[in-house]
Structure formats: structure tokens, C-alpha cells
Design a protein. Structure first.
Length: 301
């Protein structure tokens, strides 16, 4: 099962164990990436099993698995319901690994990583229009501040937004290095960590990752049959909070137990994992990117 050249799948054994795969079942890997999770699911499927995989990234599509049981949907997983209907698939389990693949981080031209110079792109789907450079050049100051605050938890989000807006007319921001050198005077704390937070915020905005995750969760609730399982791996607290609230309460907000008048939405899922599953010491040693991974699994009621 050699996938490490492209992307090392995180929490692989835990995911496969908790998905409880039936040999004749239908499963969805909503984030194909390097195909590591998909290959492990296929090993558990018999000749009548089916696997539907989603990935909007053309590099992932080039890496697809040639197997009659696999259907590759080259789309964002926010279109889950439409394509499952199209392929007449009723899933017994859905998996989504929300991490950016190692391949995306390690390809400088994609603009995801602070380690390389390259265009300020960050699109997971090259067919879409909005790039990180476009956001930095056109968004108003207040909106930039909000993005850096909410999606990157950047400590001086306001100063950063002000700096970008005041300098963007006179400074080209086509490449990562141009952007980094422009904001260099206001970087706070550990530069690597600071830039990682700024880049995370931009990437989430470019790809509307929060909107896509909400769509995925709501559509999973609609398409899974009773008893089927939903497994989601998150990599930062924003995603984890959405997943946890939706799995526990059927909504994205935290339920206020004191508010008796508020209508509680009907429960859609039962938690399988009481606490999020995290990487073992052995995996952490082997793959540092598994450090922030949290897996939550719920069963459709």
C-alpha cells in the first residue's frame, strides 16, 4: 500500500477499524488525495463492494485507482448528494480527511506553503477563479481582519489587515516571497507559526472550506442510511468544533441547555467516539503532520 510519495494517510488503522467495513457495502472517500485511505477501504471490500471517491484536485485525479469498484468524482465534496444520486449510491459509510495533502504543501507552484516561493494561488480546484493574491488585493480591510482572526487566529489580525491595505497599491503581491517581505515588519512571535496561521486563513477563504464542510455534514445526514457511519478527520479547532456540534446536536451551534424555549433540532447521529481519536506515538514519529489530526465518528440514527 505505497502512498507515501504523495501523501501519508493519517489515523489509517483507526479509520478503518471504526468504519467497520462490510465487504458488500458502499463507501465514500470524500477526500481522495493520495488514495491511502481509499486503498485500505478497498482491501476490506469484496467484489460486490463499491467505493465512490471525491477530489477536486487534478493532481489527485491523475493519481486515481484503476479498479472497477471505484467511481472517481472530480468535484468538491460539497456536491456529495448530487453525485451520489447520479451514481445511485446509498453509502454505508463516509470518510473525509480535511487535511491539505502533503503533495499540495510540497508543490511550491500551488502556493500553499510558506517554505517555497511560488504564486499566491492556494486553489484546491484550479478551475475556480478566486486566488489568495486576488483576496489580498481586493478585500476591504475589515473583511481581511475577520478572515485572519477567525480562520487563522492571528494575534495582530487588525494590524496585518491595515498593513496589507496600506501597502498593496505600491507593492506587488503576486508571489509568496513578495507577500512575506511586505508583512515581515509586523510578524509577531515565531515567524514560521505566524506565517502558517496567515496562510491557513487565506487557504480556508480561497476554498470556502468552512462552507464546504457544512454542506458535507448536512448532506451526509441526508444520504447515509440508518446505522451507517460518518468519519471526519479535522486539523484545526474551527473544523473540529463544527463537526463535533453537528454530530452531537444536528446543528452547527453549541446547544444551550438553559434555553428551554429554543427548539432543539432532532438528533441525527449518535457519537461512536466519545472523545476525538488522535495519533499514536508511533504515528507521530513517522508523520509529524498527524500531530493536530482529530478523528470523530458518528452513526446515523
Amino acid at each position: 500500500m505505497e502512498t507515501s510519495g504523495y501523501h501519508l494517510p493519517v489515523l489509517l488503522h483507526e479509520v478503518i477499524d471504526l468504519l467497520n467495513i462490510r465487504p458488500d457495502g458502499t463507501y465514500v472517500d470524500a477526500t481522495f488525495g493520495g488514495g491511502g485511505h481509499s486503498r485500505a477501504i478497498l482491501e476490506k471490500l469484496g467484489p460486490d463492494g463499491r467505493l465512490i471517491v471525491f477530489d477536486q484536485d487534478e493532481d489527485a485525479y491523475a493519481n486515481r485507482i484503476e479498479d472497477d469498484r471505484v467511481t472517481f468524482v472530480q468535484q468538491n465534496f460539497r456536491h456529495l448528494q448530487r453525485f451520489l444520486r447520479l451514481h445511485k449510491a446509498e453509502p454505508d459509510g463516509i470518510l473525509a480527511d480535511l487535511g491539505v495533502s502533503s503533495h499540495q504543501f510540497d508543490t511550491g507552484a500551488r502556493g500553499f506553503s510558506t517554505r517555497f516561493d511560488g504564486p499566491l494561488d492556494m486553489r484546491m480546484d484550479n478551475r475556480t477563479e478566486k486566488t489568495a493574491a486576488a483576496i489580498l488585493k481586493t478585500y476591504p480591510e475589515k473583511q481581511l481582519q475577520l478572515i485572519f482572526q477567525e480562520y487563522g487566529e492571528v494575534t495582530n489580525a487588525r494590524t496585518l489587515a491595515q498593513t496589507i491595505v496600506s501597502l498593496r497599491k505600491s507593492n506587488p503581491m503576486r508571489t509568496i516571497n513578495e507577500f512575506k517581505s511586505m508583512i515581515q515588519p509586523i510578524v509577531k512571535g515565531n515567524p514560521a507559526k505566524y506565517l502558517a496561521q496567515v496562510f491557513q486563513a487565506l487557504r480556508i477563504e480561497v476554498n470556502d472550506e468552512m462552507g464546504a464542510l457544512k454542506d458535507l455534514l448536512e448532506q451526509s445526514a441526508a444520504v447515509l442510511k440508518p446505522g451507517a457511519l460518518l468519519s471526519i478527520i479535522t486539523f484545526h479547532s474551527l473544523e473540529d468544533r463544527l463537526v463535533k456540534n453537528f454530530m452531537k446536536n444536528g446543528s452547527f451551534e453549541v446547544q444551550d441547555d438553559q434555553n428551554f424555549l429554543a427548539e432543539t433540532p432532532p438528533k441525527v447521529f449518535k457519537m461512536v467516539t466519545k472523545k476525538p481519536v488522535t495519533a499514536t506515538d508511533a504515528e507521530l514519529k513517522n508523520n509529524t503532520r498527524s500531530r493536530s489530526a482529530k478523528l470523530r465518528v458518528a452513526q446515523k440514527l
